[in-house]
Design a binder for this molecule. Sequence first.
Ligand SMILES: [Zn+2]
Length: 512
Amino acid sequence: MKKLIFIFVVLFGWTGSSDCVTAAEKYTIAVAEIMQETNSFSPVLTTREDFKAWALHFGDEILPIARDLDLEIDGFLEAVDELGKGDITVVPIIKARSMSGGPVQRPVYEEFKQTLINGLKKAGRVDGIYLALHGAMGVDGLRDPEGDLIKAARSVVGASVPIGISHDLHANLTRERVQQATFIVGYKTNPHRDHAEVGYRVGEILVKTVRGEVKPVMAFNKMKLLKGGGMTVDLLSPMRSIFSRMEDMIDDSETVLDASNFMVHIWLDDQELGWSTIVVTNNDPALAQKLADELADLDWSVRHVLPPAGETPSAAIAIARDKWLRRKLGTVVFCDVADAVGAGAPGESTWILKSLLEEGADLKSYLTIRDKEAAGIAWNYDIGDQVSLSVGGKLDKVYNRPLDFSGELIHKSEERLGKTVILRHKGIHLILTELSDSLADPGYFPDLGLSLWKADIVVVKNLFPFRYRYLLYNRKTVNVVTPGTTGIDVSRLEYSKISRPLYPLDDNPSWR
Ligand SMILES: [Zn+2]
């Protein structure tokens, strides 16, 4: 049977010329960002247009844009400015970032990879590389694209050049990446708010490495653990104390350079899917391994704490109906957990709409379904017309179903999400859009003429950001659980590639 315990202590050599570096010598660090989070269960592939909609820039145009974004490259540049002593030249190659979604189209990925290779070759002498990668990207027909990218960079520059990687906390670490990279640093917040700090950390370690001031070594644990959902928030029990211990491991004396706990994007179907821990020390592999083991033990000790169960659509509607006063003072927000566009779902689930039609039509509700075909048909009607359509369930046919809906057309506009129409049936306001969105920005509704103060129920398609962005209006959050491509019950997801045993699917005795 395939061995499932992967513990690596990876030692990389000194950067070649560090012993004879002089203060006047200049260094070059190449930087590239390729970030997308893949939901393997989504049938909607991520295109070049999806990257262009968020960020797709090349070469010299990258730095002025990145400086204002408070993301990874911004933090990295700050570290170079503060610690590089004017000796570091940054060579930007590519910045590609997209909303979460289905796997990236293979030709799009190959273009990005070739751009990285060409950029590194063109840069001439490279003393270090920073790759800002999500860590849970999938590509149609290729597994572990981040490992493939790091390997490609390594093949250009050779074994002695340090390659620093930053990853999202939901990255799925692989053996290949740990073998090819010099060190890997992850976000330390969930919901994520430390992108720039993580970029700074990579910059700090890389600058000191190319200058010969530190020698990063990395210890890595792959765990037989697969959990997601609400129990991984850094501010809340049970993970709060583990995040705190992780931060305490990192010291200022340059012994422990970084420590990361990767809790994995559970919707990436991959043979190495599972939580990981990584600790980077200054040339102390035994200490790195000891601390990486401690983090994994802490994670394992709270494995029984499950994410909040959530409510069925029917129970959720009953809760909203019961909260009369809260509805009058604001609204009740339904988190459509299993159709979370923010985690890569298509955004076309009909399960909540079905229940609203059956038992909640009297309540005033705003619900969005991405359906290009239905939005296009409704677009041809006039305001005030009665429109009957089959909506949703056209992309994901495994967990979702189309639903018949009839309503009065009350709004038409060409928005950020393409043709957008609103059909009203009693209190139900069904918003049909051509493109999907996580609805993390509450301003979306007023832009369509819908007041959040007047709604009883508002349905959103992201798992975390709405919890603080909707605070002004939200009087009660209800997590609504249905079948879907971002369901948090891993026993209901149709994995075909993961390796077993894996807790909680199997009751394995240890994370090792
Ligand atoms: Zn994440």
